[in-house]
Design a protein around this ligand. Structure first.
Ligand code: NAD
Length: 493
């Protein structure tokens, strides 16, 4: 008889079962439908305990020199490298993406730890002598106190690292609320965080869902909240946390367009566009969802992308040679299939149909093969809604101006990409496109850890994004000191 583990929380340096939870959810492998664990929906009482631990730890942690604080991150970096394969495997098992994609994800997580190791430099303030004769002024950065992050399912290893390393390196104490769909990766990572010897209470893990999130949003001692997830929830969290006087940054959903100009290298463009649309089964906030072909790009690109989509190897991400895994759950699969049907009803032609595939050995998995709709109505629902699955919509337009106008008419602004060999077209696009992450002959314009993850419009609520110097600013408050020292001091010595 197999026993299914109920996941504990990690509060004040200790692993503890959730004593107050009454609701539990199954954590399910999306490729096999195997139940992997049960996750508690931690109620407010446990959020309160985590906050109390984080508040107590802050008093000493903020006084720990920055150069000393980052020593824990150096240790963490080594531990993450040591357990790299195992962490990647866990991501694949609970989230479905291929092992190679999971390794890429963990690499991005580690890069953020590396960047945050530079906090003694990045956290420095500024000063100016003699703002008036004999008076000096300085700006210093101080940590806020307790901060928390609420995470989505699609990058269980990476997304917490857009925030956590910067938060603690700048002297804050921290609470992570992973997605209830994929809590196993953070369990493993917290075992590594525990091994670094971080003082108790500096980092805390509270599992749960909406009830847990609401307790975080309303807790008066949490000073700052980072969120990554869908736009409706981002908007809700931004409003409620801001109404409670907190500093908030919320990264939301997306509908990312690619424009293909006739002078693009079609072979390269197709390969990159397919990786963007179908990589991680389309469950990336930087996944291409619309490809706009301009003028003569239409035929060559359409044929090539259809061929590539049909040939993509779909299966369990742990199996060798698999290029695309399942989507996260049955609800998601149904939703995606309904949206494909809606696209057809809106007049699109189904060029490649990936619905209801037969993946031998994984009949219970949530699989959809790559799907392509062509002649999609630019103002229809399918061209506007985030699908978050391996579905690419093709739209044909006559000019680059029309294509940019369509890009800019969308509600989201997470990413927009252009494929061309013209520098002038590239510059025009970079200048005019209303999105925060721009790719030129790049299909997933994911900012490296030393740049901010710059979503715009309804892909982002707030002003400071995750990663790099934005994270340092987000997790610190500036203090300005104006100093004058009487000049009679010398008489004393
Ligand atoms: P989601 O919004 O459903 O859930 C995200 C988190 O919010 C989870 O931890 C969940 O427990 C919590 N939550 C869900 N509903 C809530 C509610 N009503 N009240 C309070 N908390 C709630 O998102 P998801 O499905 O896990 O992730 C996919 C979404 O995330 C996509 O829209 C994707 O585009 C977006 N995403 C955005 C970025 C980015 O950087 N912009 C990155 C990754 C994912």
């Amino acid at each position: 008889m197999s026993t299914i583990q109920t996941l504990p929380n990690y509060i004040n340096g200790r692993w503890c079962a959730s004593p107050n939870a009454t609701d539990y959810l199954d954590v399910i492998n999306p490729a096999t439908a195997e139940i992997l664990a049960q996750v508690p929906i931690s109620p407010a009482a446990e959020v309160n305990q985590a906050v109390a631990a984080a508040v107590a730890a802050f008093a000493t942690w903020r006084r720990t020199p920055a150069a000393e604080r980052v020593q824990y991150l150096f240790k963490l970096k080594n531990l993450l490298e040591e357990h790299y394969e195992d962490l990647a495997q866990t991501i694949t098992i609970e989230c479905g993406k291929t092992w190679a994609e999971s390794k890429g994800e963990m690499r991005r997580a580690i890069e953020n730890v590396e960047v945050a190791c530079g906090i003694p430099m990045m956290m420095q303030g500024t000063n100016l002598e003699d703002i008036a004769t004999g008076i000096d002024e300085m700006m210093i950065r101080q940590p806020l106190g307790v901060a928390a992050v609420i995470c989505p399912f699609n990058f269980p290893g990476m997304i917490p690292f857009w925030f956590l390393p910067y938060a603690i390196a700048t002297g804050n104490t921290y609470i992570v609320k992973p997605s209830e769909k994929v809590p196993l990766t953070m369990q493993k990572i917290f075992h590594l965080l525990d091994k670094t010897g971080l003082p108790k209470g500096v980092i805390n893990l509270v599992n749960g869902a909406k009830e847990t999130v609401d307790a975080i949003l309303d807790h008066p001692q949490i000073r700052a909240i980072s969120f990554v997830g869908s736009t409706p929830v981002a908007r809700y969290i931004y409003s409620r946390a801001a109404a409670n006087g907190k500093r908030v940054q919320c990264q939301g959903g997306a509908k990312n367009p690619l424009i293909v100009l006739p002078d693009a290298d079609i072979e390269m463009t197709t390969r990159i566009a397919a990786d963007s649309a179908f990589g991680c089964a389309g469950q990336r906030c930087l996944a291409a969802s619309i490809a706009i072909t301009v003028a003569d790009a239409r035929h060559s690109f359409t044929e090539a992308i259809a061929e590539t989509a049909k040939n993509r190897v779909v299966g369990n991400g742990l199996d060798k040679g698999v290029e695309m895994g399942p989507v996260i759950d049955g609800r998601s699969k149904n939703r995606i299939e309904e949206l494909i049907q809606q696209g057809i009803e809106e007049g699109a032609d189904l060029l490649v149909d990936g619905r209801q595939p037969n993946i031998s050995g994984y009949e219970q998995g949530n699989f959809i093969r790559p799907t392509i709709l062509q002649n999609v109505n630019p103002s229809g629902e399918i061209a506007r809604t985030e699908i978050f699955g391996p579905v690419l919509s093709l739209i044909h337009l006559d000019t680059i101006d029309d294509a940019i106008a369509l890009v800019n008419s969308g509600q989201y602004g997470n990413m927009a990409c252009l494929f061309t060999s013209s520098g002038a077209a590239a510059r025009k696009f970079r200048y005019e496109a209303e999105a925060g992450n721009i790719g030129i002959n790049i299909g997933v314009a994911a900012p490296m850890a030393f740049f901010p993850f710059s979503g715009w419009k309804e892909s982002f609520f707030g002003d400071l994004h995750g990663q790099s110097n934005h994270a340092v600013e987000f997790f610190t408050q500036t203090k300005v000191v104006v100093e004058r020292w009487p000049s009679n001091w010398s008489r004393q010595f």
